[in-house]
Write a protein that binds this ligand. Structure first.
Ligand SMILES: C[S@@+](CC[C@H](N)C(=O)[O-])C[C@H]1O[C@@H](n2cnc3c(N)ncnc32)[C@H](O)[C@@H]1O
Length: 204
């Protein structure tokens, strides 16, 4: 299991999440990110290519050094100076109101205490700041939901804790954001239990 967690899963995750149709969504999500930016769950650094050309600095966190090992070649090639912290989103060492923008892509599914992490995200955002998210989660279709609940434990076992059935919109709306704009859609051709996506932003 150690070999799988260390070497196989990071490469598998990178392969799945770097497909062109996913990259196009990253590009549109990140087009208007600027200022002091925090990325939660930096993973293998797949968003680096998609930040606007004007962004010079980025703070990132991720508890997995195995994922981060694959980010190194992207970090070397990027013009963005990244300050990376190997830690979890549930407890961040940043003062209140530190960041203009916070980014999370395909990460809220994997954070064990996602409610606490969202509270932290909200805390470290400046008033008027934006939280940009691109996540998979609970489908509104009963037939898909049934499989999301059924497969959840099996999926979490091979995907390092990733949950299939988190209601992303409701989780974000539970925080005192001033405005929440989220689109929901399936991203074919993958299985519908895994490709129901939430893309959008919340303003503090
Ligand atoms: C499916 S990967 C997505 C990586 C990257 N965000 C992307 O879009 O390619 C999920 C990431 O969430 C990270 N993660 C897991 N638990 C976390 C936590 N408690 N806080 C922050 N990130 C976490 C994992 O280490 C992994 O890098």
């Amino acid at each position: 299991m150690g070999f799988y967690r260390r070497y196989v899963f990071p490469r598998l995750c990178d392969l799945i999440l770097r497909q062109p149709r996913v990259s196009a969504l990253r590009q549109s999500l990140l087009a208007n990110v600027f200022g002091r930016v925090l990325e939660v769950g930096f993973g293998t650094g797949l968003n680096l290519l998609h930040y606007p050309a004007g962004l010079q600095y980025l703070t990132t966190i991720d508890p997995s050094n195995d994922m981060h090992a694959l980010a190194r070649h992207r970090l070397k090639r990027s013009h963005i100076k990244v300050n990376h912290f190997s830690l979890s989103g549930e407890s961040m060492p940043f003062p209140d109101q530190s960041f203009d923008h916070v980014v999370s892509t395909f990460t809220l599914c994997s954070i064990p205490n996602v409610v606490q992490a969202l509270q932290e995200i909200h805390r470290v955002m400046k008033t008027g700041g934006r939280f940009w998210l691109l996540e998979h989660g609970l489908s509104p279709d009963a037939s898909v939901q049934k499989w999301q609940h059924r497969l959840n434990r099996w999926h979490a076992a091979w995907a390092q804790g990733c949950q299939l059935d988190r209601p992303m919109r409701a989780l974000v709306q539970a925080l005192p954001f001033r405005e929440v704009q989220i689109k929901e859609f399936y991203l074919p051709p993958g299985p519908r239990y895994l490709t129901y996506l939430y893309q959008g932003m919340a303003v503090k």
